[in-house]
Design a protein around this ligand. Structure first.
Ligand SMILES: [Zn+2]
Length: 148
């Protein structure tokens, strides 16, 4: 492990911050939130890097921007999905598109069997949105959304 790889830890995705704290690049699709660590592993700051800069900071030399984003989305979704079952259960959609959603104050979860676009449309129409996709947590088997 090189020195750079030891100084950051992955936190998750940030769709609201679109400027890289590392190189200053603007108008990015999203940023990756990283915990900046000191030599003892204590967090000294939270930074938001573009996908390429984040991959480099984490020492993921062979990771593409898409894979870095997916990893960050999964990390965010996993953190949020930990408590989704206590969110009120609702049925959204009609007919064959009917699905069960767990809808919290700011977040919602629906099983990964449904496509994210279909879920978002149903959340917008039946719960009131707009909703934005965060990512999927394979362990909990749900896709997680945030009220934008
Ligand atoms: Zn950058």
């Amino acid at each position: 492990m090189n020195a750079t790889a030891a100084r950051f830890a992955l936190l998750g995705i940030d769709d609201e911050v679109t400027v890289c704290d590392c190189c200053g690049k603007k108008n990015l699709k999203c940023t990756v939130a990283l915990s900046q660590l000191d030599a003892d592993g204590n967090e000294v700051a939270v930074v938001r890097f573009g996908r390429d800069c984040a991959a480099r900071a984490l020492g993921r030399r062979r990771t593409t921007a898409e894979k870095m984003e997916l990893e960050a989305r999964t990390a965010s979704a996993a953190a949020l999905a930990a408590g989704y079952r206590v969110w009120p259960r609702r049925t959204i959609g009609e007919g064959w598109g009917k699905m069960t959603a767990w809808v919290g104050d700011k977040h919602a979860a629906v099983t990964t069997q449904f496509h994210q676009g279909d879920i978002r449309r149903n959340l917008d129409a039946f719960v009131g949105g707009p909703w934005r996709y965060i990512g999927a947590c394979p362990r909990a088997g749900v896709r997680v959304f945030v009220r934008a």
